[in-house]
Design a protein around this ligand. Structure first.
Ligand code: ADP
Length: 493
Protein backbone atom coordinates (compact mmCIF):
# COMPACT_ATOMS: atom_id res chain seq x y z
CA UNK A 1 0.00 0.00 0.00
CA UNK A 2 0.98 3.62 -0.38
CA UNK A 3 0.41 5.47 2.86
CA UNK A 4 0.86 9.17 3.53
CA UNK A 5 1.16 9.84 7.27
CA UNK A 6 0.58 13.40 8.42
CA UNK A 7 1.58 14.63 11.85
CA UNK A 8 2.45 17.86 13.64
CA UNK A 9 5.43 16.13 15.27
CA UNK A 10 7.62 13.22 14.17
CA UNK A 11 10.56 11.72 16.00
CA UNK A 12 13.53 12.30 15.44
CA UNK A 13 12.72 15.65 13.81
CA UNK A 14 10.40 17.10 16.43
CA UNK A 15 8.85 15.79 19.61
CA UNK A 16 6.79 16.88 22.57
CA UNK A 17 5.42 13.46 23.50
CA UNK A 18 4.32 9.98 22.47
CA UNK A 19 2.69 11.20 19.23
CA UNK A 20 6.10 11.89 17.69
CA UNK A 21 7.49 8.50 18.76
CA UNK A 22 4.47 6.71 17.36
CA UNK A 23 4.35 8.37 13.94
CA UNK A 24 8.11 8.09 13.36
CA UNK A 25 8.07 4.42 14.31
CA UNK A 26 4.88 3.64 12.34
CA UNK A 27 6.49 5.09 9.19
CA UNK A 28 9.60 2.94 9.61
CA UNK A 29 7.57 -0.16 10.44
CA UNK A 30 5.23 0.26 7.44
CA UNK A 31 8.25 0.60 5.15
CA UNK A 32 9.93 -2.42 6.72
CA UNK A 33 6.74 -4.43 6.15
CA UNK A 34 7.07 -3.68 2.42
CA UNK A 35 4.64 -0.77 2.10
CA UNK A 36 5.52 2.60 0.64
CA UNK A 37 5.24 5.14 3.41
CA UNK A 38 5.75 8.86 3.34
CA UNK A 39 5.36 11.25 6.23
CA UNK A 40 4.51 14.92 6.01
CA UNK A 41 5.28 17.27 8.89
CA UNK A 42 6.11 20.96 9.43
CA UNK A 43 9.68 22.19 9.02
CA UNK A 44 10.30 23.56 12.49
CA UNK A 45 13.32 25.59 13.52
CA UNK A 46 16.54 23.61 13.75
CA UNK A 47 15.51 20.58 11.67
CA UNK A 48 17.54 21.56 8.60
CA UNK A 49 20.66 22.13 10.71
CA UNK A 50 20.24 18.77 12.44
CA UNK A 51 19.50 16.90 9.20
CA UNK A 52 21.68 18.48 6.49
CA UNK A 53 20.59 15.85 3.95
CA UNK A 54 17.22 17.60 3.60
CA UNK A 55 16.65 18.71 -0.01
CA UNK A 56 14.55 21.58 -1.23
CA UNK A 57 11.95 20.35 -3.74
CA UNK A 58 11.29 22.57 -6.71
CA UNK A 59 7.70 23.10 -5.68
CA UNK A 60 6.17 26.24 -4.17
CA UNK A 61 2.49 26.37 -3.47
CA UNK A 62 -0.02 29.04 -2.51
CA UNK A 63 -2.97 27.79 -0.56
CA UNK A 64 -6.04 29.75 0.46
CA UNK A 65 -6.87 30.54 4.07
CA UNK A 66 -10.21 32.31 3.59
CA UNK A 67 -9.60 35.08 1.11
CA UNK A 68 -5.82 35.22 1.65
CA UNK A 69 -3.20 32.99 0.08
CA UNK A 70 -0.27 31.65 2.07
CA UNK A 71 2.93 30.40 0.44
CA UNK A 72 4.56 27.10 1.32
CA UNK A 73 7.68 25.35 0.17
CA UNK A 74 8.44 21.64 0.17
CA UNK A 75 11.56 19.89 1.49
CA UNK A 76 12.22 16.17 1.50
CA UNK A 77 14.47 13.57 3.04
CA UNK A 78 14.99 9.95 2.05
CA UNK A 79 14.97 8.59 5.54
CA UNK A 80 14.96 4.82 5.06
CA UNK A 81 14.26 2.43 2.20
CA UNK A 82 10.68 3.09 1.05
CA UNK A 83 10.30 5.93 3.56
CA UNK A 84 10.45 9.56 2.54
CA UNK A 85 9.74 12.48 4.84
CA UNK A 86 8.24 15.71 3.50
CA UNK A 87 8.64 18.94 5.39
CA UNK A 88 6.45 21.97 4.93
CA UNK A 89 8.41 25.19 5.12
CA UNK A 90 6.40 28.23 6.14
CA UNK A 91 8.75 30.42 8.21
CA UNK A 92 6.09 32.66 9.68
CA UNK A 93 4.17 29.65 11.05
CA UNK A 94 6.85 27.11 11.85
CA UNK A 95 10.21 28.81 12.36
CA UNK A 96 9.64 29.47 16.05
CA UNK A 97 11.26 28.59 19.37
CA UNK A 98 8.50 26.13 20.30
CA UNK A 99 6.23 23.67 18.53
CA UNK A 100 2.85 24.52 20.06
CA UNK A 101 3.74 27.05 22.72
CA UNK A 102 6.38 29.12 24.41
CA UNK A 103 6.70 29.54 28.17
CA UNK A 104 3.56 27.45 28.60
CA UNK A 105 1.45 29.84 26.52
CA UNK A 106 -0.04 28.36 23.35
CA UNK A 107 0.63 30.26 20.16
CA UNK A 108 -2.52 32.28 19.46
CA UNK A 109 -2.46 31.30 15.78
CA UNK A 110 -2.32 27.50 16.25
CA UNK A 111 -5.63 27.37 14.38
CA UNK A 112 -4.22 28.89 11.19
CA UNK A 113 -0.85 27.17 11.54
CA UNK A 114 -2.34 23.69 11.51
CA UNK A 115 -5.15 24.52 9.12
CA UNK A 116 -2.47 25.59 6.68
CA UNK A 117 -0.55 22.39 7.42
CA UNK A 118 -3.70 20.31 6.80
CA UNK A 119 -4.21 22.06 3.47
CA UNK A 120 -0.62 21.25 2.52
CA UNK A 121 -1.24 17.57 3.35
CA UNK A 122 -4.22 17.46 1.01
CA UNK A 123 -2.35 19.40 -1.68
CA UNK A 124 0.50 16.89 -1.57
CA UNK A 125 -1.86 13.91 -1.58
CA UNK A 126 -3.54 15.34 -4.67
CA UNK A 127 -0.67 16.66 -6.73
CA UNK A 128 2.37 14.53 -5.90
CA UNK A 129 3.30 12.17 -8.74
CA UNK A 130 3.22 9.53 -5.98
CA UNK A 131 -0.46 8.97 -5.22
CA UNK A 132 -1.28 7.58 -1.76
CA UNK A 133 -3.99 4.95 -1.27
CA UNK A 134 -4.57 6.26 2.21
CA UNK A 135 -3.93 9.51 4.04
CA UNK A 136 -3.47 8.85 7.74
CA UNK A 137 -3.63 11.92 9.97
CA UNK A 138 -2.94 12.18 13.68
CA UNK A 139 -4.77 14.25 16.29
CA UNK A 140 -6.66 17.51 15.92
CA UNK A 141 -3.86 19.23 14.01
CA UNK A 142 -4.78 17.15 10.96
CA UNK A 143 -8.44 16.68 11.90
CA UNK A 144 -9.67 18.75 8.95
CA UNK A 145 -7.82 16.66 6.36
CA UNK A 146 -10.69 14.19 5.71
CA UNK A 147 -13.18 17.05 5.21
CA UNK A 148 -10.80 18.87 2.87
CA UNK A 149 -10.35 15.66 0.85
CA UNK A 150 -14.13 15.13 0.66
CA UNK A 151 -14.59 18.66 -0.58
CA UNK A 152 -11.89 18.15 -3.23
CA UNK A 153 -13.71 14.96 -4.23
CA UNK A 154 -16.91 16.89 -4.65
CA UNK A 155 -15.01 19.27 -6.87
CA UNK A 156 -13.85 16.47 -9.14
CA UNK A 157 -10.90 14.63 -7.54
CA UNK A 158 -12.00 11.27 -8.89
CA UNK A 159 -9.61 8.83 -7.26
CA UNK A 160 -9.18 10.52 -3.90
CA UNK A 161 -7.51 8.40 -1.23
CA UNK A 162 -9.26 6.94 1.78
CA UNK A 163 -8.66 8.64 5.10
CA UNK A 164 -7.74 7.46 8.57
CA UNK A 165 -7.53 9.55 11.72
CA UNK A 166 -5.77 8.41 14.85
CA UNK A 167 -6.82 9.95 18.15
CA UNK A 168 -3.80 10.02 20.42
CA UNK A 169 -5.51 12.10 23.06
CA UNK A 170 -9.18 13.08 23.03
CA UNK A 171 -8.54 15.83 25.57
CA UNK A 172 -7.00 17.99 22.85
CA UNK A 173 -9.60 18.72 20.18
CA UNK A 174 -8.55 21.96 18.49
CA UNK A 175 -11.67 23.99 19.28
CA UNK A 176 -11.76 27.49 17.77
CA UNK A 177 -14.30 30.28 17.24
CA UNK A 178 -16.72 29.84 14.37
CA UNK A 179 -14.97 32.61 12.41
CA UNK A 180 -12.01 30.26 11.87
CA UNK A 181 -14.27 28.01 9.78
CA UNK A 182 -14.23 30.68 7.06
CA UNK A 183 -10.47 30.08 6.73
CA UNK A 184 -11.03 26.43 5.85
CA UNK A 185 -12.78 27.34 2.57
CA UNK A 186 -15.02 24.33 3.17
CA UNK A 187 -18.65 24.45 2.04
CA UNK A 188 -21.09 25.55 4.79
CA UNK A 189 -22.64 22.07 5.06
CA UNK A 190 -19.45 20.80 6.71
CA UNK A 191 -20.22 23.09 9.65
CA UNK A 192 -23.19 21.30 11.21
CA UNK A 193 -23.67 19.42 14.49
CA UNK A 194 -23.09 16.16 12.59
CA UNK A 195 -19.86 17.59 11.15
CA UNK A 196 -17.26 20.12 12.30
CA UNK A 197 -19.51 22.21 14.55
CA UNK A 198 -19.32 21.83 18.30
CA UNK A 199 -21.84 24.08 20.09
CA UNK A 200 -21.19 26.93 17.69
CA UNK A 201 -17.42 26.41 17.63
CA UNK A 202 -15.18 24.75 15.06
CA UNK A 203 -13.88 21.45 16.46
CA UNK A 204 -11.09 20.05 14.28
CA UNK A 205 -10.97 16.62 15.92
CA UNK A 206 -14.73 16.24 15.68
CA UNK A 207 -14.52 17.07 11.98
CA UNK A 208 -12.00 14.25 11.63
CA UNK A 209 -14.28 11.83 13.48
CA UNK A 210 -17.19 12.84 11.25
CA UNK A 211 -15.47 12.61 7.89
CA UNK A 212 -12.59 10.09 8.15
CA UNK A 213 -13.24 6.63 6.75
CA UNK A 214 -11.49 4.99 9.69
CA UNK A 215 -10.83 6.20 13.21
CA UNK A 216 -8.29 4.56 15.45
CA UNK A 217 -7.11 5.20 18.98
CA UNK A 218 -3.86 4.03 20.47
CA UNK A 219 -5.14 1.23 22.70
CA UNK A 220 -8.20 -1.04 22.70
CA UNK A 221 -9.25 -0.01 26.19
CA UNK A 222 -9.04 3.70 25.34
CA UNK A 223 -11.23 3.05 22.28
CA UNK A 224 -13.90 1.74 24.64
CA UNK A 225 -13.32 4.41 27.28
CA UNK A 226 -13.81 7.38 24.96
CA UNK A 227 -17.33 6.28 24.15
CA UNK A 228 -18.24 6.78 27.82
CA UNK A 229 -19.16 10.03 29.51
CA UNK A 230 -16.26 9.78 31.96
CA UNK A 231 -13.56 9.78 29.28
CA UNK A 232 -15.44 11.16 26.25
CA UNK A 233 -14.48 14.85 26.74
CA UNK A 234 -17.89 15.86 25.42
CA UNK A 235 -17.60 13.72 22.28
CA UNK A 236 -18.67 10.34 23.71
CA UNK A 237 -22.12 10.48 22.11
CA UNK A 238 -20.64 11.51 18.79
CA UNK A 239 -18.08 8.70 19.02
CA UNK A 240 -20.82 6.20 19.81
CA UNK A 241 -22.55 7.29 16.60
CA UNK A 242 -19.33 6.57 14.71
CA UNK A 243 -18.35 3.48 16.71
CA UNK A 244 -18.63 1.31 13.60
CA UNK A 245 -15.45 2.81 12.16
CA UNK A 246 -13.55 3.06 15.46
CA UNK A 247 -10.82 0.59 16.49
CA UNK A 248 -8.16 0.57 19.19
CA UNK A 249 -4.64 -0.52 18.25
CA UNK A 250 -1.96 -0.59 20.92
CA UNK A 251 1.13 1.39 19.90
CA UNK A 252 4.30 -0.55 19.28
CA UNK A 253 7.69 0.28 20.75
CA UNK A 254 10.69 1.23 18.67
CA UNK A 255 13.13 -1.29 20.18
CA UNK A 256 15.95 -0.03 17.97
CA UNK A 257 15.73 3.16 20.03
CA UNK A 258 14.49 1.81 23.36
CA UNK A 259 16.69 -1.13 24.32
CA UNK A 260 19.23 -1.94 27.00
CA UNK A 261 21.83 -3.79 24.97
CA UNK A 262 22.91 -1.26 22.35
CA UNK A 263 22.12 2.13 23.76
CA UNK A 264 24.53 5.07 23.70
CA UNK A 265 22.69 6.77 26.55
CA UNK A 266 23.23 4.02 29.13
CA UNK A 267 26.16 3.62 31.50
CA UNK A 268 26.28 -0.15 31.02
CA UNK A 269 24.41 -2.56 28.76
CA UNK A 270 22.33 -5.33 30.29
CA UNK A 271 19.76 -7.90 29.22
CA UNK A 272 17.12 -10.26 30.49
CA UNK A 273 19.73 -12.92 31.24
CA UNK A 274 22.51 -10.50 32.26
CA UNK A 275 20.81 -8.20 34.73
CA UNK A 276 23.98 -7.16 36.58
CA UNK A 277 24.45 -4.09 34.35
CA UNK A 278 21.16 -2.68 35.62
CA UNK A 279 22.72 -2.20 39.06
CA UNK A 280 25.49 -0.13 37.54
CA UNK A 281 22.94 2.04 35.76
CA UNK A 282 21.21 2.56 39.10
CA UNK A 283 24.43 3.48 40.86
CA UNK A 284 25.45 5.95 38.16
CA UNK A 285 21.97 7.46 38.02
CA UNK A 286 22.01 8.00 41.79
CA UNK A 287 25.41 9.64 41.39
CA UNK A 288 24.27 11.84 38.48
CA UNK A 289 21.21 12.95 40.42
CA UNK A 290 23.26 13.57 43.58
CA UNK A 291 21.22 11.05 45.56
CA UNK A 292 22.93 8.80 48.11
CA UNK A 293 24.47 5.90 46.17
CA UNK A 294 22.93 2.86 47.78
CA UNK A 295 21.79 -0.25 46.00
CA UNK A 296 19.54 -1.30 48.88
CA UNK A 297 17.24 1.71 48.66
CA UNK A 298 14.51 1.24 46.04
CA UNK A 299 14.54 4.00 43.44
CA UNK A 300 11.24 5.15 41.91
CA UNK A 301 11.11 7.32 38.80
CA UNK A 302 8.78 9.26 36.54
CA UNK A 303 9.27 10.91 33.14
CA UNK A 304 6.31 12.93 32.10
CA UNK A 305 4.66 16.00 30.79
CA UNK A 306 3.58 17.63 34.02
CA UNK A 307 -0.08 17.88 33.12
CA UNK A 308 -3.25 17.11 35.03
CA UNK A 309 -3.76 13.97 32.93
CA UNK A 310 -0.58 12.41 34.33
CA UNK A 311 -1.81 12.19 37.93
CA UNK A 312 0.73 14.64 39.35
CA UNK A 313 -1.63 15.69 42.14
CA UNK A 314 -2.06 12.19 43.59
CA UNK A 315 1.62 11.44 43.01
CA UNK A 316 2.72 14.47 45.04
CA UNK A 317 0.30 13.56 47.83
CA UNK A 318 1.28 9.87 47.88
CA UNK A 319 4.98 10.72 47.93
CA UNK A 320 4.44 13.12 50.80
CA UNK A 321 3.31 10.12 52.82
CA UNK A 322 5.63 7.48 51.37
CA UNK A 323 8.84 9.49 51.68
CA UNK A 324 8.83 8.63 55.36
CA UNK A 325 9.91 5.15 54.21
CA UNK A 326 13.39 4.37 52.99
CA UNK A 327 13.02 5.11 49.27
CA UNK A 328 14.29 7.48 46.63
CA UNK A 329 12.34 9.22 43.89
CA UNK A 330 13.38 11.09 40.77
CA UNK A 331 11.32 12.94 38.20
CA UNK A 332 12.13 14.36 34.77
CA UNK A 333 9.48 16.53 33.20
CA UNK A 334 8.10 19.92 32.47
CA UNK A 335 4.70 21.51 32.13
CA UNK A 336 2.34 23.22 34.51
CA UNK A 337 4.26 25.73 36.70
CA UNK A 338 2.19 24.63 39.69
CA UNK A 339 3.32 21.00 39.33
CA UNK A 340 6.92 22.00 38.63
CA UNK A 341 6.83 24.01 41.87
CA UNK A 342 5.28 21.05 43.71
CA UNK A 343 8.14 18.73 42.78
CA UNK A 344 10.82 21.35 43.45
CA UNK A 345 9.35 21.92 46.87
CA UNK A 346 9.31 18.16 47.58
CA UNK A 347 13.01 17.97 46.64
CA UNK A 348 13.83 20.99 48.78
CA UNK A 349 12.32 19.30 51.81
CA UNK A 350 13.77 15.84 51.04
CA UNK A 351 17.17 16.51 49.46
CA UNK A 352 18.46 13.01 50.28
CA UNK A 353 15.46 11.29 48.80
CA UNK A 354 14.11 13.31 45.89
CA UNK A 355 15.81 14.52 42.70
CA UNK A 356 13.90 16.77 40.31
CA UNK A 357 14.97 17.71 36.81
CA UNK A 358 12.68 20.18 35.10
CA UNK A 359 13.17 20.18 31.33
CA UNK A 360 13.43 17.84 28.40
CA UNK A 361 16.39 15.46 28.30
CA UNK A 362 16.44 12.37 26.12
CA UNK A 363 19.62 10.87 27.59
CA UNK A 364 18.37 11.27 31.14
CA UNK A 365 15.04 9.70 30.10
CA UNK A 366 16.86 6.51 29.03
CA UNK A 367 18.97 6.58 32.19
CA UNK A 368 15.94 6.91 34.44
CA UNK A 369 14.22 4.04 32.64
CA UNK A 370 17.34 1.89 33.12
CA UNK A 371 18.46 3.01 36.57
CA UNK A 372 15.18 2.97 38.48
CA UNK A 373 13.65 -0.05 40.17
CA UNK A 374 10.06 1.11 39.73
CA UNK A 375 8.40 3.52 37.31
CA UNK A 376 5.33 5.49 38.40
CA UNK A 377 2.48 6.29 36.00
CA UNK A 378 -0.60 7.20 38.03
CA UNK A 379 -2.44 8.76 35.08
CA UNK A 380 -6.00 9.98 35.38
CA UNK A 381 -6.40 8.70 31.81
CA UNK A 382 -3.79 7.37 29.38
CA UNK A 383 -4.64 6.73 25.71
CA UNK A 384 -1.65 4.39 25.33
CA UNK A 385 1.38 5.55 27.26
CA UNK A 386 4.82 4.57 26.10
CA UNK A 387 6.93 4.93 29.20
CA UNK A 388 5.38 1.92 30.91
CA UNK A 389 6.29 -0.17 27.85
CA UNK A 390 9.82 1.22 27.86
CA UNK A 391 10.01 0.41 31.59
CA UNK A 392 8.99 -3.19 30.96
CA UNK A 393 11.76 -3.60 28.38
CA UNK A 394 14.26 -1.96 30.77
CA UNK A 395 13.36 -4.34 33.62
CA UNK A 396 11.93 -1.44 35.63
CA UNK A 397 8.64 -2.44 37.20
CA UNK A 398 5.80 -0.11 36.20
CA UNK A 399 3.29 1.01 38.82
CA UNK A 400 0.27 2.15 36.85
CA UNK A 401 -3.31 3.18 37.28
CA UNK A 402 -5.44 0.66 35.39
CA UNK A 403 -6.68 2.93 32.63
CA UNK A 404 -6.37 3.02 28.82
CA UNK A 405 -3.15 1.60 27.41
CA UNK A 406 -1.68 1.21 30.90
CA UNK A 407 -4.28 -1.43 31.66
CA UNK A 408 -3.75 -3.07 28.25
CA UNK A 409 0.03 -3.35 28.54
CA UNK A 410 0.80 -4.20 32.19
CA UNK A 411 -0.02 -7.45 34.02
CA UNK A 412 -0.60 -7.31 37.76
CA UNK A 413 0.04 -10.21 40.13
CA UNK A 414 -3.73 -10.44 40.73
CA UNK A 415 -4.26 -11.08 37.00
CA UNK A 416 -1.52 -13.69 36.67
CA UNK A 417 0.91 -14.96 39.27
CA UNK A 418 3.01 -16.33 36.40
CA UNK A 419 3.05 -13.45 33.90
CA UNK A 420 2.88 -10.52 36.31
CA UNK A 421 5.19 -7.67 35.34
CA UNK A 422 3.85 -4.60 37.12
CA UNK A 423 1.62 -3.23 39.84
CA UNK A 424 -1.82 -1.81 39.07
CA UNK A 425 -4.14 0.29 41.18
CA UNK A 426 -7.67 1.33 40.35
CA UNK A 427 -8.98 4.29 42.36
CA UNK A 428 -7.74 7.67 41.29
CA UNK A 429 -6.50 8.57 44.77
CA UNK A 430 -3.26 9.23 46.63
CA UNK A 431 -4.22 6.49 49.05
CA UNK A 432 -4.50 3.84 46.29
CA UNK A 433 -1.18 4.95 44.81
CA UNK A 434 0.53 4.92 48.20
CA UNK A 435 -0.76 1.37 48.69
CA UNK A 436 0.74 0.36 45.34
CA UNK A 437 4.08 1.92 46.33
CA UNK A 438 3.90 -0.05 49.59
CA UNK A 439 3.45 -3.25 47.55
CA UNK A 440 6.57 -2.32 45.57
CA UNK A 441 8.48 -1.80 48.82
CA UNK A 442 7.40 -5.28 49.90
CA UNK A 443 8.52 -6.88 46.62
CA UNK A 444 11.88 -5.07 46.55
CA UNK A 445 13.75 -7.05 49.24
CA UNK A 446 12.54 -10.36 47.76
CA UNK A 447 15.29 -10.84 45.17
CA UNK A 448 13.69 -13.84 43.47
CA UNK A 449 10.28 -12.24 43.11
CA UNK A 450 11.81 -8.97 41.96
CA UNK A 451 13.79 -10.77 39.28
CA UNK A 452 10.69 -12.62 38.12
CA UNK A 453 8.76 -9.34 37.70
CA UNK A 454 11.70 -7.82 35.83
CA UNK A 455 12.29 -10.74 33.52
CA UNK A 456 8.59 -11.13 32.73
CA UNK A 457 8.52 -7.48 31.72
CA UNK A 458 11.68 -7.66 29.63
CA UNK A 459 10.30 -10.61 27.68
CA UNK A 460 7.08 -8.89 26.65
CA UNK A 461 7.13 -7.94 22.99
CA UNK A 462 5.36 -4.79 21.85
CA UNK A 463 7.24 -4.64 18.57
CA UNK A 464 5.74 -2.79 15.63
CA UNK A 465 5.27 -5.90 13.49
CA UNK A 466 1.94 -6.75 15.11
CA UNK A 467 0.86 -3.13 15.30
CA UNK A 468 1.55 -2.57 11.60
CA UNK A 469 -0.47 -5.63 10.69
CA UNK A 470 -3.41 -4.19 12.63
CA UNK A 471 -3.09 -0.80 10.92
CA UNK A 472 -2.97 -2.33 7.46
CA UNK A 473 -6.05 -4.36 8.35
CA UNK A 474 -7.76 -1.15 9.46
CA UNK A 475 -6.71 0.67 6.26
CA UNK A 476 -8.22 -2.14 4.22
CA UNK A 477 -11.41 -2.16 6.19
CA UNK A 478 -12.77 0.89 4.36
CA UNK A 479 -14.79 0.86 1.19
CA UNK A 480 -12.69 1.39 -1.90
CA UNK A 481 -12.90 5.04 -3.00
CA UNK A 482 -15.12 4.27 -5.97
CA UNK A 483 -17.90 2.92 -3.79
CA UNK A 484 -17.54 5.51 -1.06
CA UNK A 485 -20.64 7.30 0.17
CA UNK A 486 -21.07 10.66 -1.36
CA UNK A 487 -20.69 13.69 0.80
CA UNK A 488 -24.40 14.37 1.24
CA UNK A 489 -24.90 10.99 2.85
CA UNK A 490 -21.98 11.53 5.13
CA UNK A 491 -23.12 14.95 6.21
CA UNK A 492 -26.53 13.55 7.12
CA UNK A 493 -25.15 10.77 9.35
P1 ADP B 1 2.39 11.61 26.25
O1 ADP B 1 2.42 11.40 24.78
O2 ADP B 1 1.02 11.75 26.84
O3 ADP B 1 3.28 12.73 26.71
P2 ADP B 1 3.66 8.97 26.43
O4 ADP B 1 4.03 8.12 27.60
O5 ADP B 1 2.83 8.32 25.38
O6 ADP B 1 2.98 10.30 26.99
O7 ADP B 1 4.99 9.47 25.71
C1 ADP B 1 5.88 10.33 26.32
C2 ADP B 1 7.17 10.33 25.53
O8 ADP B 1 7.83 11.57 25.77
C3 ADP B 1 8.13 9.26 25.96
O9 ADP B 1 8.99 8.92 24.91
C4 ADP B 1 8.91 9.98 27.08
O10 ADP B 1 10.14 9.39 27.36
C5 ADP B 1 9.03 11.34 26.50
N1 ADP B 1 9.18 12.43 27.46
C6 ADP B 1 8.21 13.05 28.17
N2 ADP B 1 8.73 14.04 28.94
C7 ADP B 1 10.06 14.03 28.72
C8 ADP B 1 11.17 14.80 29.22
N3 ADP B 1 10.99 15.77 30.11
N4 ADP B 1 12.41 14.52 28.76
C9 ADP B 1 12.59 13.52 27.85
N5 ADP B 1 11.60 12.77 27.34
C10 ADP B 1 10.36 13.00 27.76
Amino acid sequence: MKILLASSEVYPFSKTGGLADMVGALGVALAEAGHEARIVTPLYRGIREKFPALRKVDWNFYLPLGDKFVAGQLWELDYAPRLKIYFIEQPEFFDRAGIYHEKNISYPDNDTRYLFFSKCVVHLARYLPWQPDIVHGHDWQTGLVPALILQAKREGWGDAPRTCLTIHNLAYQGVFPKAVFALTNLAPDFFTPSGAEFFGFLNCLKAGIAFADIITTVSPRYAREITTEEFGCGLDGFLRTHAGKLTGILNGVDYAEWNTEKNRHLFKPYSVTQLAGKKINKRELQRQLALPVNEKIPLFGTISRLAEQKGVDIQLAALEEMLQADLQFCVLGSGSPEFERGYRELARRNPDKVAVRIGYDETLAHRIEAGCDFFLMPSRFEPCGLNQMYSLRYGTIPIVRATGGLDDSVVDYAESSKKMNGIKFYDYSARALAKAIRKAMAIYPNAELLKKFRQNGMRVDFSWKTTVRDYVKAYNSTNPPSSKLNITNIVRL
